[in-house]
Design a protein around this ligand. Structure first.
Ligand SMILES: [Fe+2]
Length: 370
């Protein structure tokens, strides 16, 4: 395993065949594919060698179903598996390809990022502005229910080499977090305070960045009906109240850790580093307000604190981000590629990019925080 930090800027697509093949996987996956490990430890790459898996979508779909158990074991071992070189064209094929997995019970109701539905349970991966850097995070871990697995599909890859879905092995990451930070979060938990604006209110004079960060509740909960929003909050373990400006304020407390539902191991599971606002540094973070927003007194729509309401020290958040960079894998997509992640064992983010990017996501299975 390579311990060298990787710059989260631009990187070239890995020459997979020069990386290490993984012994012992052939028996489980058969001889129609080759399996290689990224030089940084994850992801595991699966690539077709048979003509039918290279060219026939239905054959690939059946192969995935036939090897679901083996893929499950690989996800539990590596946390991230990428299927490269298989014939998957467009959102509907991506939807059909994953149809043997159950959808996440809560969908993306109450989700933190700008994202729209595309086809059935297929959604855009993110609409976060393309110049913004998305820190590594576990999907929806700020709610009681969250997806067990994520499937990404890269339909259009930016030409500048950016826009990768970055990933990291949570076991490597949490081993680097100082004990005092782990203990503090374990003792105090995490409180997520969030505000969703009313999409019917005028937004004249608002910066595009603030509009991008501050989602309307109608969009975040996929409904115009307040009663449905309240039911989703109840299911998601969110306390809520409606403010005079028509916005929805929610609060959720959890432990900041989770027990893996299959392995029984305990892991760091929060969005402290992703959602805490820090002053703008050399990166444009997805949750950093512009100077104009700050002048206008705008509030951050996502604010994590310790569970007792105490402020999380900015220097600790900076350290968490620095440690993430040390374990980050920034491997650009190849068009048509599928990446499956275990949402506890593997965190994900996104690098900035220029030009066009079309990455889609499906949230699969349902995990519940205790
Ligand atoms: Fe995400």
């Amino acid at each position: 395993m390579n311990d060298t930090a990787v710059s989260p800027s631009r990187s070239k697509t890995l020459d997979i065949l020069s990386s290490s093949p993984v012994s012992g996987t052939h028996a489980a996956l058969g001889d129609e594919v080759t399996v290689h490990l990224h030089s940084q430890g994850i992801p595991l790459f699966v690539m077709p060698v048979s003509k039918r898996l290279k060219s026939n979508f239905e054959a690939f779909h059946m192969w995935l179903i036939d090897h679901e158990e083996a893929i499950e074991k690989l996800l539990l071992e590596f946390g991230a598996v990428r299927f490269r070189g298989f014939p998957v064209n467009g959102s509907e094929q991506f939807r059909d390809l994953m149809s043997h997995y159950p959808a996440a019970a809560m969908g993306y109701k109450g989700g933190g990022g700008p994202r729209a539905a595309v086809s059935g349970r297929v959604m855009e991966a993110t609409r976060t502005d393309k110049d913004r850097y998305i820190q590594l995070h576990h999907e929806m871990c700020y709610q009681r229910q969250w997806p067990l697995k994520l499937a990404f599909y890269s339909n259009v890859v930016p030409s500048d080499g950016g826009g990768a879905t970055t990933i990291a092995d949570i076991r490597r990451y949490e081993a680097k977090i100082p004990q005092r930070i782990l203990d503090e979060v374990r003792k105090r938990g995490v409180l997520y305070s969030r505000n969703f604006r009313d999409g019917r209110e005028p937004t004249e004079g608002w910066t595009s960045q603030f509009l991008n960060m501050h989602r309307p509740w109608q969009e975040a909960f996929f409904t115009e009906d307040k009663a449905e929003v309240e039911a989703a909050c109840e299911a998601g373990g969110l306390e809520w109240h409606w403010l005079d400006d028509g916005s929805l304020q929610t609060e959720a407390r959890n432990s900041g850790f989770v027990t893996h539902p299959v392995l029984g191991t305990r892991h760091w599971f929060n969005q402290i580093s992703n959602q805490t606002a820090l002053p703008q540094g050399d990166r444009l973070w997805h949750n950093t307000l512009t100077a104009e927003d700050l002048r206008q007194g705008k509030r951050y729509p996502n604010e994590p604190h310790f569970g007792d309401g105490g402020k999380i020290p900015a220097e600790d958040v900076e350290l968490l981000r620095k440690l993430e960079d040390e374990v980050l894998v920034d491997e650009p997509y190849v068009p048509g590629e599928i990446m499956m992640l275990d949402n506890v064992l593997c965190v994900h983010g996104r690098t900035p990019y220029k030009g066009q990017r079309d990455t889609l996501i499906q949230l699969l299975g349902t995990g519940t925080s205790e």
